[in-house]
Design a protein around this ligand. Structure first.
Ligand SMILES: [Zn+2]
Length: 264
């Protein structure tokens, strides 16, 4: 993935620049090194802030998926270099969803067992700053595959999950018409190419998820939005600060209002 802005002119450095840097260095020294630290991190000023959301929302109740059902497999690509960014963006290989979505996912997983498959989770709740990072690193012509941080992602609400199937007999991840996070037509849930068996498994995953209240994203066979997503805010809480589950979990169902369009 190209990041842009990596090439800058190395020659033709004007003498005034040296003077300016000297002045900056002096200022940094005077201000206790803050400027130096900021320059080291090369952090651009924030151009997009977290969306400000008004209205009624349910309190967040993020649940660690494998606490609900340890037979669901995790393959948290964003905690490894094996993702489209090429480096880990999560410090911990964990997956969370808001409780109604987590419970629905476990029901889809149990339903799939009768078909010889189980669910593998690539990603669930995603802190907002990671969505912002993905947007910044994705070329404009590929931004159908990432969420606009100005609106926030359904992953930021804890109501979207990226999943595939594993074979119950072998425990291995199955192949699908595309790789996870592949930004191509092969990722579309209606893509007609590839092997028939791959398409059958993709469609089986979709029917399992849709049976339990999820909807597939039109550009990604692996991305599913839970019907209750409008009830939860965008948030930026790191995994390490998510409170552990109370046990046993109370059960609740609630209606889903309608409104804005989902973001992947
Ligand atoms: Zn997703």
């Amino acid at each position: 993935m190209t990041m842009g802005q990596s090439r800058r002119r190395k020659s033709g450095r004007a003498p005034w620049r040296g003077a300016r840097w000297l002045a900056l260095w002096a200022l940094a020294w005077l201000s206790g090194g803050w400027l130096a630290a900021a320059a080291q991190e090369a952090t651009p000023p924030p151009d997009v802030a977290m969306p400000v959301e008004t209205g009624e929302f349910r309190p967040s109740e993020l649940v660690e998926i494998i606490q609900l059902d340890p037979s669901i497999k995790l393959d948290i690509r964003y905690a490894t270099p094996n993702n489209f960014v090429g480096r880990p963006v999560y410090a911990e290989a964990r997956a969370f969803l808001q409780r109604p979505a987590a419970e629905a996912l476990t029901r889809a997983h149990q339903w799939l067992k009768a078909q010889g498959y189980g669910i593998v989770v690539f990603d669930g709740y995603r802190p907002w700053r990671v969505t912002k990072l993905f947007w910044d690193l994705t070329p404009p012509d590929k931004r159908d595959y990432v969420a606009d941080p100005a609106k926030g992602s359904l992953h930021n609400r804890g109501c979207a999950v990226d999943v595939s199937l594993f074979d119950l007999k072998t425990g291995e991840l199955v192949t699908m018409p595309s790789e996870y996070d592949e930004m191509s037509e092969r990722a579309h849930p209606d893509y007609a190419g590839g092997e028939a068996e791959q398409r059958r498994r993709r469609d089986l995953l979709r029917s399992a998820m849709e049976r339990f209240g999820f909807k597939v994203y039109r550009y990604e066979w692996w991305h599913f939005d839970h019907k209750d997503w409008r009830q939860y805010r965008v948030q930026d809480t790191p995994f390490s600060e998510i409170p552990p589950l109370p046990t046993p979990l109370p059960s609740a169902q609630s209606p889903s209002p309608s409104g804005a369009q989902p973001q992947p």
